[in-house]
Write a protein that binds this ligand. Sequence first.
Ligand code: ADP
Length: 479
Amino acid sequence: MHLTIRARLTLLYFVVLATSFVAFFWICDFGFRRSIEITVNDASRSNLETVRRVIEGSLPRGLPKVQKELGELAGLWANGAIFEVSGPDGQWIFRPPRFQAVQTLLPEAPASGISFLTTNLEALQYRIARERVSISGSVFLIDAAVPTEPFDQALDGFRLIEKRFLPLLVMLASLLGYWLSGRALAPVNRIVESAESIGVQNLSRRLEVPRANDELRRLTETVNAMLGRIESSVAHITQFTADASHDLRTPLALIRTNAELALRRPRREDEYRETLRRILAAAEESTHLIEHLLTLARADAGAAQLHFEAADLSQVLRKVSQHARILAQSKGLGFKEEIDDEPLPISMDPSAMERLFLALLDNAVKYTPEGTLSLRSFSREGQAIVEVQDTGVGISESDLPHIFDRFYRADQARSREVRGSGLGLAIARWIAEMHKGAIEVDSELGRGSLFRVHLPPLNREHPLALTPEWQKTTANSAI
Ligand code: ADP
């Protein structure tokens, strides 16, 4: 059964209060009965004492005197208390007519001490104190009885109150519980209502934070913080989509314009060739951009799968450096390579690692009009470190904090019309982070840049196994 919190709280109030009230009334009832018993016992005992004193006082003057005195005493008792006395030979000394039937019903009196019992006489209940007393050598049996009716009436009155008020109290308490739980949960309902009114269109809205420093305040603050994170993610995605569409439009427009121009009138073969070459370059650029976008989208969705294995970083770097050398030479740049002869074992996805260093080296070539590039690797304090340095245009201090942002391209880069999407470094950083590493950059405008990649050492659980398969995997992995 799925009850609302309010219903559960009310039920809890009901059960707790009903149990408490029943227990309370039961204890009162028990106490009341106990105190009635003590009171009537005391009253009958004290009556018995009075009868004994009267017998003691009048016995020296003979039994008839005793009977007379007892008769007078019985006349004095107004509250319905009665008594009977039998003499040493079992004969009745005094006996009120209403009490006659009792004798046969009563059990034998104990040899000494007072015994108490309850009996009914003519539809009335009595509490009887009975004692066998020895006065001046003669044994008398005294029964002194007190009617319990007034006490029973008081008890009945109390029980009537119990019967009438207990359900009423429990009902009132449950209603109070219902009201209290409603009040306690009202802020939760307000939170639910405001949360329901927040959608993608009004993500900047926040829930009202309650003033009391309680659990609900924490809940509201947590939800608000979560909304903040969602808002910035959505803004990020919107910006990403806008930038991606913008950057995709450029090569597509180029393809279209080139094709349209070529088709306007008949052209020579070399002119067609030139147009097709430009169209191909633009198509390649958009393919490149789409690949980058796909990588980042998969990374964001957590769907990008990297396949980690124990591999030698030096070997990956040597492979990448061959490509970089060709790129540099084609642009007339020098290329220096200082790769550690020792294997640099780390846990990595070799193709992702190649992509990371190719991105850095590609940038070094792109943003260096003349000069030399260098690729260095070494290990320091157990970490593998790779440096890619150039003597190119450098990055201004204001651009430095943003170059790893998606679609960010420093002004000089754009103005010099160097091809690029502004996604390469974002992907490079993501790859480094997936390897629990980091990229840092030192750069000065006009003097060149140094990108330094730190990678953690091989995990002890994956000791580097320099097996032929491993070497094959590293050598064959695609760029
Ligand atoms: P892009 O496709 O524009 O090269 P990246 O994400 O690789 O995108 O780089 C972002 C920006 O960082 C570049 O547009 C450029 O302004 C700057 N940058 C990156 N590497 C270098 C470098 N080696 N020298 C100077 N500027 C660089």
